[in-house]
Design a protein around this ligand. Structure first.
Ligand code: ATP
Ligand code: MG
Length: 250
């Protein structure tokens, strides 16, 4: 069974249709990349996977999104639990204006963990998993906003990991970062997929080719092609996909 199964998903912002009957199966322990030109619906789609669009007024969705076989849009579904299981990292690093420690402990605390020892363990483990422990272990009380952009993004990844999600959604996680920080995050993604299901939006073709197992090409609200990353980049079936991945688009 796929970790995430999307069927015939349409999404409207008011009268504007942003997604057209999207079908997709996303497997556990794989990295799935979404590529496509600006405005084609990548962010809109990734946000449907943890119902972030619930927060957008006038947003209407038809179709189904199942995680572990359960429809996440059914009325009885616990959205807080969903957001715990499906973490998200955004384009611009957005740590909370508080200490590094408190950033990571924030989620676990809201889920009722109070013991100092337990929180310390979670903070250390999460920072290690996000490959930033060595850089910050001596300054956990410093404000997270005082770190570099690349460090802040890894803090955000650690914060997402701290509540032990099963799925990690990343919307252009490296677009604000320098090449070295980008490389660290790419290495991290390759490690994290052993434990998590990762979905990543990227404008960087090399990045998609380097880190993902599957790639979906979006164009004007539709998934034009979805398959093994090697196939999408080397032998695309769709002409538009080929034009896009070879840089001849537009
Ligand atoms: N809250 C909103 N209300 C109305 N329209 C929206 C909203 N968010 C996005 N859209 C529209 O939906 C379409 C898809 O936007 P989306 O942000 O998903 O694109 P994207 O593929 O992520 O683009 P980019 O690569 O620039 O981030 C665009 O036409 C956009 O203007
Ligand atoms: Mg976007």
């Amino acid at each position: 069974m796929s970790k995430i199964e999307v069927r015939d998903l349409d999404l409207f912002y008011g009268d504007f249709q942003a997604l057209y009957s999207v079908d997709m199966d996303i497997k556990a322990n794989e990295v799935t990349a979404f590529i496509g030109p600006s405005g084609c619906g990548k962010s809109t789609f990734i946000k449907t996977l943890n119902r972030m669009n619930d927060l957008v007024e006038n947003c209407k969705i038809n179709g189904t999104v199942k995680i572990d076989g359960v429809d996440i849009y059914k009325p009885s579904y616990d959205v807080n639990l969903l957001r715990k299981n499906v973490g998200m990292v955004f384009q611009n690093p957005n740590p909370f204006p508080m200490s590094i420690f408190d950033n990571i402990a924030y989620g676990p605390r809201t889920h009722g963990i109070k013991s100092k020892k337990d929180l310390e363990e979670i903070v250390e483990r999460s920072l290690k998993n996000a490959a930033i422990w060595d850089e910050v272990k001596d300054k956990l009380n410093r404000n997270a906003k005082s770190l570099s952009g690349g460090q802040q993004q890894r803090i955000c990844i650690a914060r997402a990991l701290a509540v032990e999600p099963e799925v990690l959604l990343m919307d252009e996680p490296t677009s604000a970062l320098d090449p070295i920080s980008t490389m660290k995050i790419e290495d991290l993604v390759s490690e994290l997929k052993e434990k998590y299901t990762i979905v990543m939006v990227t404008h960087n073709m090399q990045q998609a080719a380097r880190v993902s197992d599957k790639t979906a090409f979006f164009l004007q609200g539709k998934v034009l092609e979805f398959g093994e990353t090697d196939q999408i980049f080397n032998t695309p079936k769709n002409e538009e996909t080929e034009r896009y991945v070879t840089g001849r688009f537009g």
